[in-house]
Design a binder for this molecule. Sequence first.
Ligand code: ATP
Ligand code: MG
Length: 364
Amino acid sequence: MTADDVVSAYAAPEERDVETSLRPRQLDEFIGQHRVREQLEVLLRSAQRRNRPPDHILLSGPPGLGKTSLAMIVAAELGSAIRVTSGPAIERSGDLAAVLTTLARGDVLFIDEIHRIARPAEELLYSAMEDFRVDVVVGKGPGATAIPLDVEPFTLVGATTRSGLLTGPLRDRFGFVAHLDFYGAADLERVLDRSAAILGVRIDTAGAAEIAGRSRGTPRIANRLLRRVRDYAEVRADGIVTEDIARAALAVYEVDRVGLDRLDRAVLDALVSSFGGGPVGLSTLAVAVGEEPGTVEEVAEPFLVRAGLLARTPRGRVATPAAWAHLGRTPPPGSPAALAAGSAAVADPSDPGDLFGGSFRAAP
Ligand SMILES: Nc1ncnc2c1ncn2[C@@H]1O[C@H](COP(=O)(O)OP(=O)(O)OP(=O)(O)O)[C@@H](O)[C@H]1O
Ligand SMILES: [Mg+2]
């Protein structure tokens, strides 16, 4: 992973081992997401009481918020075995039938990225989920026959970052749908404290707060920044993660106080400095930062929009008053940002508050 990817919400392949070691194992170790946690707990306990596998569970939400962790927790809480596969791995319905027919009673089947499952396999899944039965087609053409096979009662846990791409019939077959949201600063601090304890890193409260504020509401990013800051603390200081150390380390990795990286800032800076805050078209903006339009749109913009720093309008991209404030600039009088700023409280650029705690918010 390069320094440029340090605030990516996606896991790098080499992060898999450390992620596994940091994963919460039980529901009560899972930080935040209180409503989802409570609903899941009730679902699991009541199923155990009735001695039946719980309803199928769909976990949706952006990358790095804990879907895989929760799937593992469901199996652990039930004391069940878990089989893990993913939508892209199931190309043919036969692949899925082979998995389904070898499940034991009460097993958990985890299908990650379930929105990417091939359509014939998805149809097979319907009857497995509903009736615990699959029809396996043998042969081809007019001579083909469907052989019905029983499937032991199981619980499907599906995870998706794109719940909008799920078909209606598939979504309807989940008895429980949980949507994970971005984490607030306090919960991220708890994630950091817990991870620091597991990794044997000494961190103080202000150090954790400093990292949490830059983690984009995402535990995976918080854990990654913690590791980078730990490295810095070990090489440049006494190994203890304090506020000053966290600041200095994250400056080296070019992650700013609200979690923007170099590309994010380049986009905002071009928007403000070269185009007066916009509106400007995506391709023009991309040329100005020397990137492909797709990279600007898919890598930088989602977080800038979520953070209330950039707006996508029919006429093009626009910097919000919060973006001007974040760059320490004043929008020219009469510009859209100045007018918007005049009608709403603007963020104080000297306030290092976090975007999700509300002290740094774009005008509507
Ligand atoms: N609620 C939480 N409490 C503690 N740690 C968490 C929590 N949620 C996520 N994490 C940490 O963040 C890392 C990423 O979580 P996880 O792999 O479960 O995310 P995901 O939603 O499955 O992401 P993806 O969409 O990329 O598959 C885990 O290694 C775990 O350590
Ligand atoms: Mg996952």
